[in-house]
Design a protein around this ligand. Sequence first.
Ligand code: HPA
Length: 242
Amino acid sequence: MKIAIIGGTGVYDPKILNNIREECVATPFGIVRFKSGEYAGEQIAFIPRHGSTHSIPPHLINYRANIWAMKKLGVQNIIATTAVGSLNLDMKPGSFVLIDQFLDFVKNRVTTFYEGGERGVVHVDVTTPYCPSIRKTLCEFAQKLNIPIHEQGTYVCTDGPRFETPAEIKMFAKLGGDVVGMTNVPEVVLAREAEMCYATVSMVTNYAAGISPQPLTHHEVLETMQANTENIKQLILSALEN
Ligand code: HPA
C-alpha cells in the first residue's frame, strides 16, 4: 500500500474506493482501524481522522498511531483534508488552500515520535513541511476541474476543540497566518519524521472568529464541507489517477 487518504471533518466516506475492506494494524501507540480499497490499480488506505462518525475531537486524535500505522503498511504518500477557518479575506468559504507552511500553536500534544530512549533524539527539518510534488499535482487538477484553489497558504494550528477568540485571530493574522484549524500539527510533523510525502487540501468552511459577522458553529463548518464534498472527491480521485 503506497497511498493513504486521511479524511478530515466532513470526509468520512471511503466509497470512492472499490473492494473496500476493514483492516486494523497494531502500533506502539494503540490499534488503528482503517479502510482499504482500490482505485486506478492502486491499493489505498483511508483513515477518517475523527472516526467514521466524527466521535474523536481534535485534541484526542491518536496522531502518532495513525502515522505509525501508515508507515508500517508501507505508505509513501499521504493526502490529507482539513476544514479550516479563513483569516485572509481572499480565501473565501468554499475555496481550497494547498497549505505550504504552518504556525504551531498547540500546547497539549506530543508532536514527535522521538522522545529519547530507544528511538533517540531527532530534530527533523521542516523547511518544506508539505510535499511540493503532491501539491503541484493537486493544484493542476483543481485548475482543470475549475475548483477555486489557492496555491499556498500558512495554516495556524490550535488545540481546540473550542473555536478561537477574535483577539487570537487578529494575532494569528498579524503573524502571517492565512487559515486556522485544529489538526494539522502534529500530523504533518509526524509524517515528516516518518519520511513520508504529505500534503493537505484545506477546505475553507468559514471566516474565522471576529471576521465572520456571526458566532461560529460546527454546523456551519459541516454545511460548507458537505456542499463541497464532491469537489474534494473529484480532486483526490484525479490526483490518485496520476
Ligand atoms: N477555527 C478552527 N478550526 C476550524 C475553523 C475555525 O474557524 N473552521 C473549521 N475548522
